[in-house]
Design a binder for this molecule. Structure first.
Ligand code: 4NP
Length: 151
C-alpha cells in the first residue's frame, strides 16, 4: 500500500521542496511505494517554483525541483497523509495548532531521522544562505527515513 508523506516548512520554496525531491529520488532508487508532497505553513509563495538558489544547489546534486509549486498546508492534509514531517519547531507548533479532530497523520520533526547529526531542526537557507548545508542534512535524514520505512 502506498505510504503518504508530507514535508512542511515555512515558505515551501526551500527546505520542504528539497526534502520532497531528495526523498522521491531515493525512494525511487529503493523501489519504495511512497506518495510524497510538500507544503508551507505560510502563504506568501503559493504557486511559485522553489527558490532559484535552492533549485540550483539541488540540481548540482541531481535533484530537479523545477516542476514543484508551493502550496499552503491545510487541516485536510492530516486526513490524507500518514506522516507529516516538519523542518523546525515553529513549523511543528503551527501544524499542531491546525491539526483537526480525527486527523490521523503522525507529526514529527524530519531531523528525528538524522540522530547522528545532533541537529534538532533543518536550518532555513533562505536566511542562512547555506543551501548545501541544508541539502547535506536533508540527504542524511532522507536516508534515515528510508531505512526506517524499509524495515
Ligand atoms: P523555507 O524558506 O521555509 O525553507 O521555504 C523560506 C522561504 C521564504 C520565506 C521564509 C522561509 N519567506 O518569508 O518569504
Amino acid at each position: 500500500m502506498t505510504y503518504r508523506i508530507l514535508f512542511v516548512c515555512l515558505g515551501n520554496i526551500c527546505r520542504s521542496p528539497s526534502a520532497e525531491g531528495v526523498l522521491r529520488a531515493k525512494a525511487g532508487a529503493r523501489g519504495l511505494d511512497l506518495e510524497i508532497d510538500s507544503a508551507g505553513t505560510g502563504d506568501w509563495h503559493v504557486g511559485e517554483p522553489p527558490y532559484g538558489p535552492m533549485q540550483r544547489a539541488a540540481k548540482a546534486r541531481g535533484y530537479d525541483l523545477s516542476a514543484l509549486r508551493a502550496r499552503q498546508v491545510s487541516p485536510g492534509d492530516f486526513h490524507h497523509f500518514d506522516l507529516i514531517l516538519a523542518m523546525d519547531g515553529a513549523n511543528m507548533a503551527n501544524l499542531a495548532a491546525i491539526r483537526p479532530a480525527g486527523g490521523r497523520a503522525d507529526l514529527a520533526l524530519f531531523t528525528e531521522y538524522a540522530p547522528e547529526t545532533g541537529a534538532t531542526e533543518v536550518p532555513d537557507p533562505y536566511y542562512t544562505r547555506d543551501f548545501d548545508g541544508t541539502l547535506d542534512l536533508v540527504e542524511i535524514a532522507a536516508d534515515g527515513l528510508i531505512d526506517y520505512l524499509a524495515r
